[in-house]
Design a protein around this ligand. Sequence first.
Ligand code: SAH
Length: 410
Amino acid sequence: MTTMLGVSLTGRRVVLVGGGAVAARRIGRFLEDGARVVVVAPAVSSAMKSTIAEHDLEWIARPIREGDVIGAWLVHTATGDRRVDADVAAWCEENRVLCINASDGSHGSARLAAETRSGDVIVGVVSDAGVDPRRAGRLRDAVGALLREGSLPLRQQRRRGIGRVDLVGGGPGPVDLMTVRGRRLLAEADVVVADRLGPTGVLLELEADVEVIDVGKSPGAHPVPQVQINELLVSLARAGKRVVRLKGGDPFVYGRGGEEVAACLAAGVPVDVVPGLTSVVSVPQAAGIPVTHRGVSAGIHVVNGQAEPSSSTLAALADEHITTVVLMGVAGLPRLVDAARRHGAPGDRPVAIVECGHTPAQRTTRSTLADVVTDAAAAGVANPAVIVVGDVARADLLLADPALVGDARR
Ligand code: SAH
């Protein structure tokens, strides 16, 4: 029979017997746990030699003796010789030291679990009878996949003082364009403070008692002022909650993430940021537009279309080697185009407007600086949309048949 224990090896003596491939694979786990590893082997592989050097480990370069296991908390034996491993296991038994015998699991008094980690959670697989590393590994991988999907109940049920805030970039919309880390933090969250844009689909997957607070903004209407959002995040964390501030795209690209981080830091609330796929790049991409392209565009100028065009924006719009990417720019488009034309941008410069990128409602309107205001109005272009100005917005840039490029979605 076997009992699975969560053992802390930090600072504890672990004796690794043998210097071959198995020992080299296993040593990393003990080192990660902060164990004081001692290697006993007459000779070691070159991989093991570099690990020993890198971590400045003690290496006893001779065959193992009974005395070597005394005083250890754990011994791992993988000498490649079953008799030696069996001797080591017997000495450990005698001296009440737990022993992992890599040559035959049933001889040792302990075995390593096949582990998968997600945040502070460790799930391990061991078998009660004999060893079957492949089955354990496959089970571990299956559980690991579920953990990464964020579909398992990772939420802490016991409060530990102050909570924390994680700003999570959700990408442009589809749940599978979020990061694995973002999904995990969502699965751990007590409260999710969400916006209008981004992967709102994940909110439906949260457990029923996870609180969702919608502070969504739409252009021109700011339902919850930013200071209040900052205060909300701080007060939730102070109440001990794990808070995810879910944002469309990337939190640090026109997401006011910087202000929220500053507010948390000022209040002494632990805060972290998980990057997301920003619409600056991913929404043009959804329409087959690379924001840079060798020989066509050497750089990107990103701008908030709600603001009066600055001199650097006007310079970018007039520069044939620069792609200008405009966010929040639908209402300000006529002003932008007018200013660009007056500052020397040619009327035939390609423009693409991509609405609702990476969603089923995605639509691309292609035009030129001369015609885009009329074309956008005729098409009824609306937010959210990314406007791309520059030669990369040409419909035939990547393929002869633009129908194959535009709006390509899986
Ligand atoms: N932090 C976000 C940007 C927030 S500003 C990011 O990194 O993507 C909001 C603007 O982003 C919108 O006005 C629009 O210009 C753009 N946007 C966000 N998601 C979009 C989408 N799926 N399709 C088109 N534009 C989008």
